[in-house]
Design a protein around this ligand. Structure first.
Ligand SMILES: [Zn+2]
Length: 351
């Protein structure tokens, strides 16, 4: 009940003002608006008002490379985003501050503790206009982890040593911030809500996203997302504009195909886009807990896949050398953000 009440607070703030309000300061975990709050709000609203909106091409063209770089640099500047490091809270504060600048969204938090380590997931909901579906049951989830690690550096101490995590995953986190900014202006065209999740603890084997998924599934009225798109490590590859499209179990085949179709339809230009099936949690990405729970889930990532002519591997991965200077393929970074945004927007508009 305590969780449900907090969820209602988050939702009411969003539905009543539609402007720059933020519930992130709530001290109670608040994963998403509750079904109860949704029903109450819907009863008080008029007819659905979802409009056509701008073309997907025009929307994804708004992703700003300079903003991506600025976000990456700010996230790296905290020193480390390992949840045991003081820099982590600075990064979380940076995200909250950036989200406060965006109108028309609802921001909440979900907190969990893993082996004594507090993990903070930050959730943003972009809801359709009043009258369209406002429950996040069936919503599209776009996610990226903002924590970092340098566990491959010998002698690395999580609480005090650097973990810049520029490619992994300030690139995805920055892309998610840009998606929030742009999607907030597209609410009028949505038929389904979009939740954007800044997950914590991915480097501890996706403990933040897994706890969030379990929280939703464990509610008196369980919440299931309709589709999940994860973005993780997308700015390094110096050889090709390649991404791997990880799809979790056969239940994600339809979403996999939809991402591939969007890459073609909107001329995003990820080449090659390599589908790879994941069937268990050994493919460690935040899409995993959702996909393995039967929710269509994919991840856009350069990390997985055998090194070959189009992917030399990122030698700085999980080391203190994962710095912004090594994130040199900004074109790929833009393409990854565009592909995630185009796919999510297309689904959210189709109802
Ligand atoms: Zn990562």
């Amino acid at each position: 009940m305590r969780i449900a009440a907090a969820l209602a607070v988050v939702f009411v703030v969003a539905a009543s003002c539609g402007g720059t309000r933020n519930a992130a300061s709530s001290s109670t975990p608040s994963p998403v608006p509750s079904p109860t709050a949704t029903a109450t709000s819907s009863a008080a609203t008029a007819t659905p008002t979802a409009a056509a909106g701008r073309s997907v091409e025009d929307v994804i063209a708004q992703i700003d490379e300079a903003k991506l770089v600025a976000h990456m640099n700010a996230l790296v500047a905290v020193g480390s985003r390992d949840p045991r490091n003081p820099g982590h809270e600075k990064a979380a504060q940076y995200l909250r501050d950036q989200l406060k600048l965006v109108s028309g969204i609802a921001t909440g938090m979900h907190q969990t503790v893993y082996q004594g380590i507090t993990l903070q997931n930050i959730l943003v909901t972009v809801s359709p206009p009043s009258g369209a579906q406002t429950s996040v049951d069936g919503a599209i989830l776009i996610c990226a982890h903002y924590d970092s690690t340098a566990s491959r550096t010998p002698g690395w101490r999580p609480a005090v040593d650097p973990a810049p995590g520029a490619d992994d995953n300030a690139t995805g986190t920055a892309a998610l911030l840009e998606m929030v900014r742009i999607l907030a202006g597209e609410r009028g065209s949505l038929r389904r809500p979009i939740v954007l999740a800044f997950f914590d603890g991915e480097e501890l084997f996706f403990k933040g996203s897994a706890a969030y998924q379990q929280t939703l599934a464990g509610l008196a009225q369980p919440i299931r997302f309709g589709d999940v798109i994860d973005i993780d490590m997308v700015g390094f590859n110096p050889t090709a504009d390649r991404l791997d499209l990880i799809w979790y179990t056969n239940g994600s085949a339809g979403l996999r195909d939809r991402v591939a179709a969007a890459n073609d339809r909107y001329k995003v230009g990820v080449t090659p886009l390599n589908p790879q099936l994941a069937t268990d949690a050994s493919t460690i990405l935040d899409a995993a807990p959702f996909g393995l729970a039967g929710i269509p889930a994919v991840a856009l990532v350069e990390r997985y896949g055998d090194p070959d002519a189009t992917y030399p591997g990122n030698p700085a991965f999980h080391t203190t050398q994962d710095t912004p200077e090594r994130v040199t393929n900004h074109r790929l970074w833009l393409k990854a953000a565009k592909l995630a945004l185009a796919t999510a927007l297309e689904i959210a508009r189709s109802g």
